[in-house]
Design a protein around this ligand. Structure first.
Ligand SMILES: [Zn+2]
Length: 480
């Protein structure tokens, strides 16, 4: 029974795509629905999102941001105000044409992102330099009509946050863009234990309407990159399109400077792929809805006593701020429960049986390396947080080693193509800055520039695609 439960999942190394879908569904993170491209976030998956959300929300509030809510609908005439923006999103917009039986005078877009409804409101609110900056964040859903979808990674409707800020000067707006970028990196690496490469996008890959887009890019075990978040600097593009003007202290009317930035529930897909193994999910403790599962092991007459102690210990852990679940179901064997909680990625399992009652101890088993440890009751509340902290750090270290091993530096196009066809990963190569070379590489390998490697010096290097002098080194990869 136990064996069957585990072996029914395909091996991660053999069929990664199928493994991913099976884990997401069987761990009850999400499920397909009758609506094409739309998924249900089940309570366990939504619970992970709530923890990510809390962690980010704390950081945003600590840096002066406030939450608000804007409408789901955007009038067509608003969406078309910023030319590049509408061009970028038009193919994926869902439209509302009727209210009941009546045809609307103007179509309403269901927001694919909210710049076009936020900016007109800011134009109303901003009069003087004293009204700036506005630092607002939205926790909401957006809709993008996707042709190919994947649970968490790409769905027609998804949950995210989008921040929209306006500022008095270009410097202030750029500082905000980079501040958020830093917050995202801290979130993704220190809460989700997913290490990332960071840097600006190429002109071709940046957000529609942005002057600069900064991205966080992680490497997944199948050699494909996952974009984990972006922060955009708009310059005055949107404030000109939506006429956000203010009276500055020098008596002049000026256009404001704006930014936007977002991370979405695709981070959960990144968590699954980065840390999971053949037995299922492995959740970093900081974003695990259940950090410790308590499994009492009992036979016949000892049952009541073992369960009573398990309850007492579970409550003590919960009271100490550790998210704890007691699994006292008697219709399943302990072995079956172990497999189930391993599948669901609970970082630490606490076992307690009749012999442990005598010895006044429990057995702790880590999910990541399955190391067992006997711990006395009196030491439990001190030891559990230590193990959770250690496990969190171990996951990040392991993922960092993988990321490091996935970066290949090459100046030679033949080698570039052959690596992209076999091992994949991030290819760090010199680039001339021309979109035509990005297009050539994309056409021949399907890889794109994930971000520019700003720390690399391109002086004297030749573009990997055309041989002309390089402007920068860039990380190329196939991506989700
Ligand atoms: Zn080139």
């Amino acid at each position: 029974m136990v064996e069957e439960f585990v072996t029914a999942i395909p091996k991660k190394s053999v069929d990664f795509a199928d493994w991913y879908v099976q884990i997401v569904r069987r761990a009850e993170l999400a499920d397909y629905t009758p609506i094409k491209g739309c998924m249900v976030y089940r309570p366990y998956g939504y619970g992970i999102w709530e923890l990510i959300k809390d962690a980010l929300d704390r950081r945003l509030k600590a840096t002066g941001h406030q939450n608000a809510y804007f409408p789901l609908f955007i009038p067509e005439s608003f969406l078309t105000k910023e030319a590049e923006h509408v061009q970028g999103f038009a193919p994926e917009v869902a439209w509302v044409t009727h209210g009941g039986d009546e045809e609307l005078e103007e179509r309403l877009a269901i927001r694919p992102t909210s710049e076009a409804i936020v900016m007109p409101m800011y134009a109303k609110w901003v009069r003087s330099y004293r009204d700036l900056p506005i630092l607002i964040n939205l926790w909401n859903n957006v809709v993008r009509w996707e042709k190919v979808t994947r649970l968490f990674l790409r769905t027609t409707e998804f949950l995210w946050q989008e921040g929209h800020t306006v500022h008095r000067t270009a410097e202030d707006a750029m500082e905000e863009t980079l501040r958020i970028f830093g917050i995202y990196q801290d979130l993704v690496e220190n809460e989700l234990a997913i290490p990332v490469l960071v840097g600006p996008k190429s002109a071709q890959e940046k957000f529609a309407g942005a002057q600069a887009t900064y991205a966080l890019e992680a490497m997944m075990p199948d050699g494909r990159a996952l974009q984990c978040g972006t922060s955009h600097y708009f310059g005055q593009n949107f404030s000109q399109a939506f006429d956000i003007k203010f009276l500055d202290s020098d008596g002049e009317q000026k256009h404001a400077w704006s930014t936007s930035w977002g991370v979405s529930t695709r981070l959960i897909g990144g968590l699954v792929m980065t840390h999971g193994d053949d037995s299922g999910l492995i959740l970093p403790p900081r974003v695990a809805p259940i950090q410790v599962v308590v499994v009492p092991i009992f036979y016949g007459s000892e049952m009541a006593e073992v369960i009573a102690k398990a309850e007492e210990l579970a409550k003590a852990l919960e009271d100490a701020g550790i998210r704890t679940k007691l699994d006292a179901r008697d219709e399943y064997t302990p072995g079956w429960k172990f497999s189930e909680w391993e599948l669901r990625g609970v970082p630490l399992r606490l076992e307690i049986g009749p012999r442990d009652l005598q010895a006044q101890q429990v057995v702790l088993v880590r999910r990541d390396n399955r190391k067992k440890e006997k711990v006395g009751w009196d030491n439990l509340l001190a030891r559990v947080p230590e193990i959770l902290k250690d496990l969190q750090a171990a996951l990040l270290t392991r993922a960092r080693e993988f990321l490091r091993a996935s970066i290949y530096r090459t100046k030679e196009y033949g080698e570039f193509v052959s690596i992209m066809e076999s091992r994949r990963g991030f290819l760090l190569s010199p680039w001339c800055g021309e979109a035509s070379c990005e297009d050539k590489i994309k056409a021949e390998t399907t890889a794109t520039i994930r971000c520019i490697a700003e720390q690399e010096d391109a002086v004297g290097a030749a573009c990997i695609a055309c041989g002309h002098p390089a402007q920068a080194w860039a990380y190329f990869a196939k991506s989700y």
